[in-house]
Design a protein around this ligand. Sequence first.
Ligand SMILES: [Ca+2]
Ligand SMILES: [Ca+2]
Ligand SMILES: [Ca+2]
Ligand SMILES: [Ca+2]
Length: 540
Amino acid sequence: MKCGTKSLLALSVIFALTACDGDDGKDGQAGTNGTDGLNGSAGQTGSKGSDGANGLTSLVNQASLSMGNEHCYFGGVALQSGIDKDNNGALNESEISQTNYVCQPSPVTNQGSPLPYTAMRGDLQNGDIAGSTFEVRNGGYGSDMVAHPTNNTQFYALTDRGPNATYTGDYGKGKKFPTPDYTPRIGLFELQNNGQIVKLKEILLKRPDGTPITGLPNSSDLGGTGETPYDADGAPILVDNTKPYDAQSNPLKLDDYGLDGEGLVALKDGSFWISDEYGPHIVHYDANGVELSRINAFANDDRVALHLPAEFANRRANRGMEGLAITPDEKTLVGVMQSTLYNPSKAVKDLDIVRIVTVNLETKAVGQYLYKQEKNQNSNSGIVALSASEFLVIERDGAFYNTTPDAMKRIYKINLSDATNLEEIASSPQIMQDEQLGLVMNGKTLEEVVMEQGWDALNDAGIVPVSKSLVLDLVEQVSYPHDKLEGMWLIDNSRLGVLNDDDFATWSTNGMLEQKYLDAGKTQVDGNRLYLFEGLSLSK
Ligand SMILES: [Ca+2]
Ligand SMILES: [Ca+2]
Ligand SMILES: [Ca+2]
Ligand SMILES: [Ca+2]
């Protein structure tokens, strides 16, 4: 029990001297709530508020974009929108909050865009088609192509040695050259926004003294293929064609500056490097096509200061250095051979082992790597650098899709940094460098090792080829009809142009010159065509 002092004081007035109270009884339980009352009636309408301030105006600008624009390659319109914050009626640069691009689609169809050509001669009998003549075309661009270093709508394209076709005559195996005075050349071409291609100029290749070179073979100790040059009628091409052949005084006409150009690099200073499939030679030409210097594998060539490993001289005839690239810093040339070297001999012909060579122009260091083809005797006929170690490489066979539906025309991305540099392998009793044959294992060339024991034997010795991943299958994509896919034009990270070698539209069957056709029915004459692939992720 507890007495409340306050209540005791208050109660003491009335009940003085009463004793303390007993405990309170417990509260009764709460009653249930009553129902809600009705809503009150609505109040009166308020008075009108004051007007708001004027809003800002939204503006849209249209700017037309020209061919080669980074957002719209074939041109288009940029729609810039934003609020005119300073109310001056114009959309200032700082007021643009959004830009949308409406781009022209590519006008280059799935059949590609033709390169222009002229006829060099049209008087020759067309194979066995009685009464028919054919055109030897100039033409012939597409043994390689390369981006113009600063103009993204232009490319350079390279011819090889000129029109030629296989022929065996009185002076042995060789080639017919229907235009023996032909000068190998570089063309500069531009892609227009309507898809048409125009030729802007031709650069004829010249000796150091400025005289034009020919495409005739080199002498045998400076890269000759052993091919006898014949004219269109099958007569040998001699130093003086008005006189009879004489081994001493009037021999076969050869040209030690003759070039069968297959790989092209264009530098920012306007000069070019070209690799070929005679030597193979790698020749530096100035912007006017005059030779500045050359690289090859021949120790006895007094024109040469920088040499390739000697085994490159064992290239198979007409399977030379088909592709040449340079790293983005323009310091290292990277050349790829078309097919397996005849190293040490023709016995290793039917293989899939291909060599890539790197030449650092600054340090003169030479590197060497292996590439494994998809099929024996395939051709690697082009290479372009994505970075210092990553490259796109063309790999193809020699088939025409129209007659051989399983023809292979592909582009792979390779990485040199995953591969073994053959020039850096430490010597051991089993593996060492041979001066003529390059790296040998127990006395066998790497080609012989692959032929006899397979790639596993190289792998066991720690020799790994470049890694490969497929970027483009042209047969799958566009039923690519040309046999000789040879050039790549890296336009940007997502766009790649490709070009074919049309052989000057000249072919031969059983030694008879004829038009080069893409189909068995002889209805489609081969010509250089630019194909364009977009939406690729090439990450340069
Ligand atoms: Ca070619
Ligand atoms: Ca060639
Ligand atoms: Ca080529
Ligand atoms: Ca070739």
